[in-house]
Ligand binder design. Structure first.
Ligand code: HEM
Length: 458
């Protein structure tokens, strides 16, 4: 990719007010990143950064933003130059985690649970995930006061894919994968939700620490039980496929020493907080985008296997996670800007996924996009034969270990939704729309969030 990019005209009112440089590039005021306008839709601004400031020093927040696809993927794959130490912000609630580690130590710890989220272990869990989706979606059809009110207005059946399903489904899936007993399930969502809220700081962090303590006490008892009596995962023929993740963790050793209770709890906490809101976002974004594109939705209805490419295109078009922080291990000069050693760098997934030099017409949603790679090599940051992976799960050594399970649960749940809810339609008039009359997510704390997704069905 050359530096001679086509320069697009400034696209927003806010920027034209800040003026231009001598060479004609729009000036960016870093207060922009805290503005409501940016939170509503950051994509036009990222385009300006890609075009004019591919490495932007945000003086106000003291960080460098890297926004072009090639630079972002190169950085994800370059553990010598970048490390994940800046992620320490989550430590207050999650404790010391392996996320901030690099090299061999990180790989060893990740391996302890990583293989449980892929391959034959994941395959063996799929029937249970399908059953869970079916049970939860059947319950979602039950009437509530709000639904009855909506039904009167819309003269038909309705449900909110957020509150009635996607808020809780990914957490229930993680509980199942970890091997939490049934009696803990109802507490589990509460613990998850409170810990997740606590990452925002303030009073919420205090409540999160209480919830984490409760989770810790519960898990400590479980550790004792599972050390004596591991629980197993069976396939459909009742053959043992392996033990559940908690049973695996309590028997795992590093340098011949069993993991300590705080280490196990940290890993559980990270898995729980990593897979909830993110997968919720993927489910809601995919359904929003498909229902807004009836021709593509019709194609998926004809061939539900297409949910797989719809998932990848959703992760590119509307990735739930906007980017990741890194710290530089050395001085790096990129596109004429020198980033000092030890600086905070943001690898902006939202922007890389909408880089028009890689994904032409990037703001349009197209599940048949020929250049989007949808195979298994996403982790390597695949770029070959004019095909490119999205970076919604990052790439390289910290690539999301939950990517395959998030993919499978989104696709399975969507196939179940298709079989249960005939003729689904978006209830646009019952949701908050932007000034252009579109349903748009809010970009909060690096996540693109949808609060609700009301759907009518026959
Ligand atoms: C659509 C859903 C998901 C999205 C968009 C997502 C996104 C990401 C991204 C971008 C990273 C890279 C972090 C980095 O490079 O620093 C990551 C890492 C991680 N994710 Fe996910 N994730 C999702 C689902 C899940 C699930 C279901 C789980 C757990 C079962 C999970 C657990 C983790 C963990 C533990 C890490 C840290 C890996 C490491 O640092 O080695 N995620 N995720």
């Amino acid at each position: 990719m050359s530096d001679d990019v086509e320069i697009s005209a400034p696209t927003t009112d806010k920027l034209s007010k800040t003026g231009n440089t001598m060479s004609g590039a729009p000036l960016i005021d870093p207060q922009l990143f805290d503005s409501a306008e940016f939170r509503k839709n950051p994509y036009p601004y990222y385009r300006i950064l890609r075009d004019h400031y591919p490495v932007y020093w945000d003086k106000l927040h003291n960080r460098y933003l890297i926004t072009r696809y090639k630079d972002v993927t190169d950085a994800y794959l370059d553990d010598d130059s970048y490390n994940t130490i800046t992620k320490g912000s989550s430590n207050l609630v999650n404790g010391n985690t392996f996320l901030e580690l690099g090299g061999r130590e990180h790989t060893r710890r990740r391996k302890i649970f990583g293989n449980h989220l892929t391959g034959k272990h994941l395959e063996a869990r799929l029937p249970a995930i399908r059953r869970l989706a079916l049970d939860m979606l059947t319950a979602a059809m039950a009437p509530t006061a709000q639904k009855m009110l909506m039904q009167e207005v819309h003269h038909g059946q309705v449900f909110d894919l957020g509150a009635d399903f996607a808020d809780e489904f990914p957490i229930r899936v993680i509980g199942e994968v970890l091997g939490f007993p049934d009696d803990a399930r109802k507490h589990f969502y509460y613990w998850y939700y409170t810990i997740q809220q606590g990452l925002k700081g303030g009073d919420k962090a205090k409540r999160a620490l209480v919830a984490r303590k409760e989770l810790e006490d519960y898990v400590c008892d479980l550790i004792v039980q599972r050390r004596e009596e591991p629980t197993f995962l069976y396939d459909e023929d009742q053959q043992v496929v392996g033990s559940d993740v908690i049973s695996q963790l309590v028997h795992a050793k590093i340098n011949g020493v069993l993991l300590s209770a705080p280490e196990i709890i940290s890993m559980i906490s990270v898995l729980v907080t990593g897979g909830g809101d993110t997968t919720r976002g993927a489910i809601l974004h995919m359904w929003r985008l498909l229902l807004e594109h009836p021709d593509q939705f019709a194609a998926v209805q004809d061939d539900p296997e297409l949910f797989n490419s719809a998932f990848h295109e959703t992760m590119r078009h509307s990735s739930p996670v906007g980017g990741m922080s890194r710290s530089t291990n050395r001085e790096i000069t990129l596109h004429g800007t020198t980033i000092p050693k030890g600086a905070w760098v943001e690898l902006v997934n939202f922007s890389a996924n909408h880089d028009e030099s890689i994904f032409p017409n990037p703001d349009s949603f197209n599940i048949f996009r020929p250049e989007l790679y949808v195979g298994k090599e996403v982790q390597r940051g695949f770029r070959m034969d004019d095909k490119y992976s999205h970076v919604g799960f990052g790439a390289g050594s910290h690539f999301c270990p939950g990517a395959w399970i998030a993919h499978q649960e989104t696709v399975i749940a969507s196939q179940v939704i298709l079989s249960r809810f005939k003729n689904p339609q978006l209830l646009r008039n019952s949701m908050t729309l932007n000034s252009e009359g579109e349903l748009e997510p809010m970009y909060v704390d690096r996540l693109s969030e949808m609060r609700e997704l009301w759907i009518s069905y026959d």
